[in-house]
Design a protein around this ligand. Structure first.
Ligand SMILES: [Ca+2]
Ligand SMILES: [Ca+2]
Length: 77
């Protein structure tokens, strides 16, 4: 379960270069944090996570994309 605030905080931590997008490299560089997201969304790998989150397929996850997936998973309270 996650609130939008928690999600934002998680996103900011994942976005280590602070460009407003989480790339696949940033997911790999943050294994502990990506594990939290993996648990929230029932995906099995950073690649699967990116494929699921990246709705416009530009190779990066924006906060809006992250939020949409968590909302779909009904984990956003
Ligand atoms: Ca980034
Ligand atoms: Ca995207």
């Amino acid at each position: 379960m996650a609130t939008e605030q928690e999600l934002r905080s998680l996103f900011n931590t994942l976005d280590s270069d602070q460009d407003g997008k989480v790339s696949i490299n940033e997911l790999f560089l943050s294994p502990g944090l990506s594990a939290v997201i993996l648990a929230e969304t029932n995906t099995s790998s950073p690649q699967a996570l990116l494929a699921q989150y990246d709705s416009d397929e530009d190779g990066n996850i924006t906060f809006e994309e992250l939020k949409q997936v968590v909302e779909k998973a009904s984990n956003l309270t």
